[in-house]
Design a protein around this ligand. Structure first.
Ligand SMILES: CCC/C=C/C(=O)SCCNC(=O)CCNC(=O)[C@H](O)C(C)(C)COP(=O)([O-])OP(=O)([O-])OC[C@H]1O[C@@H](n2cnc3c(N)ncnc32)[C@H](O)[C@@H]1OP(=O)([O-])[O-]
Ligand SMILES: NC(=O)C1=CN([C@@H]2O[C@H](COP(=O)(O)OP(=O)(O)OC[C@H]3O[C@@H](n4cnc5c(N)ncnc54)[C@H](OP(=O)(O)O)[C@@H]3O)[C@@H](O)[C@H]2O)C=CC1
Length: 253
């Protein structure tokens, strides 16, 4: 789809590069010519991505919630063309079963640590007219039963994305919100029958592939996206138009 070599000379940082969407994004960016730095907590998963990517990908084991280490690492990279905040996740639970610590853990990963990554990369991105792509959830503002903590955090990132798009016009920022992407990670959270039911309810009756997410991330790193900033782009088969999926058996808990 995108022309060969369109990202040649560009440097990208991808969090959560050792699995699922983050791995697919990293491989595609390298294929299009970018130099990619991948981070995540598990070095062995990052090493697997490196063996698939070959030259053009290097990695560092890093917990993005460790503000000091993450900040120093990101700032040490210098000029950056693309920051992909893909590391994220949550546990599925009724709102009434989410303890304050559970809420804080999910908010920390998906909101505060992600915001710190953007802050740490700001100078390096500004030098190069860089871009930030924040992976989000489809329709967080419409509410997602089962994901009260994560929906709140991702709605926060959407608001941050819009605010920074106004305050930092030298950097373009986007939220990219897949609906259901059948990764190992989502498979650990939900059984296949429930995932199939969620997918069947989308207007397009389909899931989103990791390759499709990767192509959008790559496109947002090119001139195609020059006229856009602050937007939430939903790659969700239209599911957010009808209602965000409920991940709890009962919506009232
Ligand atoms: C269609 C779907 C769309 C979405 C797709 C995807 O995102 S795909 C990606 C899919 N992959 C993922 O999302 C990644 C998987 N998720 C994770 O890695 C982790 O949940 C985490 C990083 C979000 C938090 O990790 P952490 O190490 O910081 O947390 P910790 O272990 O230290 O616990 C802190 C608090 O949380 C509480 N708590 C924990 N679990 C549950 C539960 N099930 N129930 C209730 N509560 C739970 C725990 O009890 C404790 O509170 P307490 O008892 O002290 O009051
Ligand atoms: N799959 C889906 O249907 C959807 C996914 N998303 C979002 O897309 C993103 C990728 O999801 P997916 O690939 O499916 O799932 P994964 O669970 O495979 O991806 C999450 C990645 O984040 C990394 N990560 C988690 N916590 C941290 C941390 N504290 N510091 C650094 N890295 C961390 C994990 O690596 P490690 O454990 O080694 O640190 C892992 O590589 C997530 O934000 C997810 O919520 C959004 C909508 C739908």
């Amino acid at each position: 789809m995108l022309p060969d070599g369109v990202l040649r000379g560009k440097t990208a940082l991808v969090s959560g590069a050792g699995s699922g969407i983050g791995r697919a994004v990293s491989l595609r960016l390298v294929e299009l010519g970018a130099s990619v730095v991948g981070v995540g907590r598990r070095a062995e998963r990052l090493a697997e991505t490196a063996s698939l990517a070959g030259e053009g990908f290097r990695y560092q084991a890093l917990d993005i919630r460790d503000r000091a280490a993450a900040g120093a690492f990101v700032a040490g990279l210098g000029g950056l063309d693309l920051l992909v905040n893909n590391a994220g996740g949550q546990f599925i639970a009724p709102a009434s079963a989410i303890s304050p610590r559970g809420f804080a853990a999910v908010a920390d990963l998906n909101l505060t640590a992600t915001a710190s990554m953007i802050q740490a990369a700001r100078e390096g991105l500004a030098e190069r007219g860089g871009r930030v792509v924040n992976l989000s959830l489809s329709a967080p503002e419409r509410g997602i039963p089962g994901l009260a903590h994560s929906a709140a955090a991702r709605a926060g990132i959407a608001a941050l994305t819009r605010t920074l798009a106004r305050q930092w016009p030298g950097i373009r920022l986007f939220c990219l919100a897949p609906g259901t992407v059948l990764t190992e990670g989502v498979g650990e959270e939900l059984p296949p029958e429930q995932l199939a039911r969620i997918v069947a309810k989308t207007p397009l009756g389909r899931d989103t592939s990791t390759a499709e997410v990767a192509e959008w991330v790559a496109a947002l790193g090119t001139g195609i996206a020059d006229a856009v900033s602050g937007s939430l782009i939903e790659l969700d088969g239209g599911s957010g138009l009808v209602a965000a999926a409920s991940l709890n058996e009962s919506e009232q808990a």
